[in-house]
Design a protein around this ligand. Structure first.
Ligand SMILES: [Fe+2]
Ligand SMILES: [Fe+2]
Length: 277
């Protein structure tokens, strides 16, 4: 059987997270693994982790998180924005890892084929802070309370003028790809940032939501026939249902976060179980 597993936010620059990555092993030889972003910041770390996982799983499907897109001062690879993303995609292809730029793979489930659609959609600040009317007001509020995503310093949108323009370009491209899927097929939608705003209500700091997605994907789980929507980024691993669709946040998070949780970290989450062979 080929099971479909998922994980995200491995943050391998934290040494204690590497032992969790070591425990990411398939249950059966045909299993697939979704890696929903934030493997790490440094290009070489991302490549090493994805290559390792690809040597174990029959298929690995990656989407970028904000951390892969950072231009970190400590990284010898100083590419920015779209050029950095394109280089990550080339690196994935060299290692046999699927990305949002490849044909969507079709997973053979017990109830029929399911299209696994990795998406890179970023965010456009439309999950504004409560009581604010514009992006600027919302950002000002975040600066005032001292909760500002490091993306503001390290995630460069080049050649786009700003991150929201890059986001809107990605949405246009993603919509075209999703519209082209056979309407008879259901999907697993995979993105680093949640497609709907509701999961961000669980954030400790509500102003952080503006770096967590876009209102423009609010109906994608319905429009594109998702059986499961997989995401990460919030570091609040859990299963929820919105409009009858299962959402799985599959993030590991930082050691300081997973050590606080009641249960030890599960190396990965079963998204869909394969048919018995
Ligand atoms: Fe993360
Ligand atoms: Fe993230």
């Amino acid at each position: 059987m080929a099971n479909l597993f998922a994980v995200s936010d491995l943050h391998v620059s934290h040494v204690d997270n590497r032992s969790v990555v070591d425990r990411l092993r398939p249950v059966s030889p045909d299993d697939w693994l979704i890696v929903a972003g934030d493997v790490g910041e440094k290009f070489a770390d991302v490549e090493q982790s994805l290559a390792e996982l690809r040597s174990r799983f029959a298929a690995v499907i990656w989407v970028p998180g904000n951390h892969e897109l950072w231009t970190h001062p400590g990284d010898p690879v100083q590419l920015r924005g779209v050029a950095r993303y394109d280089a990550l995609v080339r690196m994935c292809r060299d290692n046999g890892v699927l990305t949002p730029e490849d044909d969507f793979p079709v997973w053979a489930g017990p109830d029929g084929p399911v299209v696994v659609a990795p998406l890179f959609q970023l965010y456009d600040y439309s999950f504004r802070a409560p009581g604010t009317a514009t992006i600027q007001e919302s950002l000002d509020r975040a600066y005032a309370v001292g909760v500002v995503c490091t993306d503001e310093k390290m995630l460069h949108p080049d050649p786009f003028p700003d991150r929201q323009s890059w986001c809107w370009d990605r949405l246009e491209l993603s919509r075209r790809r999703l519209d082209a899927i056979d309407p008879a097929l259901s999907t697993v939608l995979v993105s680093h940032w949640p497609l709907v705003r509701r999961p961000t209500r669980a954030l400790r700091f509500p102003v952080f939501a503006q770096w967590c997605g876009t209102q423009l994907t609010a109906d994608w789980h319905l429009r594109y026939r998702a059986v499961v929507a997989v995401y990460g980024h919030l570091h609040i691993p859990r299963t929820t249902r919105y409009d009858g669709v299962r959402f799985e946040e599959v993030s590991l998070g930082y050691p300081s976060e997973w050590r606080r949780r009641a249960a030890p970290p599960q190396p990965m989450r079963l998204v869909l179980e394969g048919a018995p062979s």
